[in-house]
Design a protein around this ligand. Sequence first.
Ligand code: SAH
Length: 394
Amino acid sequence: MSIKTIRLKPGKEESILRHHPWVFSGAISSVPSGLEEGEEVCVVDNAGRVLGTGHYQIGSIAVRILEFGVESLPDDFFERRLQNAFTLREGLGLIRPDNNCFRLVHGEGDFLPGLVVDIYGDTAVVQAHSPGMHYARHRIANALTLIPGARIRNVYYKSETTLPYKARLDPENEYLIGGFDGNIALENGLQFNIDWLKGQKTGFFVDQRENRALLEKFAKGRDVLNMFCYTGGFSVYAMRGGANRVDSVDSSSKAVALTDANIALNFPEDKRHTTFATDAFRFLNEMEKDKYDLIVLDPPAFAKHRSAIKNGLIGYRKLNGKAFDKIRSGGILFTFSCSQAITKEMFRLAVFSAAAKSGRKVRILHQLSQPADHPIDISHPEGEYLKGLVLYVE
Ligand code: SAH
């Protein structure tokens, strides 16, 4: 079957020539008849010059370019891209006897728009965000097991919630290769139960690994509140860092159970840790002042789309305001936003307004971001989403 061609309107090739991988539907002059969602398609400019090949999709992003300047993809496309992604992670020193969980594929950041792969020991959890990646899932799964040195034996496909609903693909969460053979992964020598079957996203937030390691260094002798704890990542590091006490809060009772299990796995019988299944704002409103001198605020994205930026910023301001009102003097606040639509500057301004309103003297100690296994393609700045601040509150 020969590959079909999409032609752009005059002048609409600029961003593709700069290697931005998204082709918006408004830039397209003609879509060939019979082009199916998820199909590979070649994109040409109005004069017919080849710009690249990618996956077609119905929606505002019509094509996600996988390779620039080519008319079709080579047969070993996925093998090569996944090998490159693995080589990068090896070079980052993420694959060690005491660390076997990391992100192998971060969508556009690994030149694989629409695909996310997280590795937990010998299991890869694959998420497709585009129909094209959904159709390629078996090729991707095979290619994963072929990466020399990666020792991936099980591939779990988890795209029920990530694929566009309108595409009607009805994906099933299932093992494409292998099956369940244990779910304990190691991060910086700490053990974590990863629940890719029922957990959020791929089961664990590997993107906070380095920020958790930084928190460990601040934890000694402190009373820690880990708000929005999910699997308890920050709590487990705080415990190892010698915290005096660690309280973990999440509104989801499943999350709280995961945190309890991870604490028990690493620190059985340790009485320093307590979990609370309750709403964050409620907990912060009701808690007494000066109870904690190390607080983590790692909420879910308050602004998932540009239209939600304003309300999102109000949310961040309120949340951080509560922490400033209650944190002990000399306290440390780790505060995050994972909203892609909210820039570093906007987030900083929201936190600054909260600090100003509280009347506390606040200094920035560290400015945090996503780790190197979540790379940002310089042509695709939208790939930057995680931002954080470590603050010293006088
Ligand atoms: N810090 C975690 C990730 C947090 S994800 C880590 O390092 O892995 C965000 C978490 O916030 C989810 O577990 C979700 O259940 C929880 N959550 C969402 N809304 C909440 C609310 N209003 N109050 C408390 N927790 C909430």
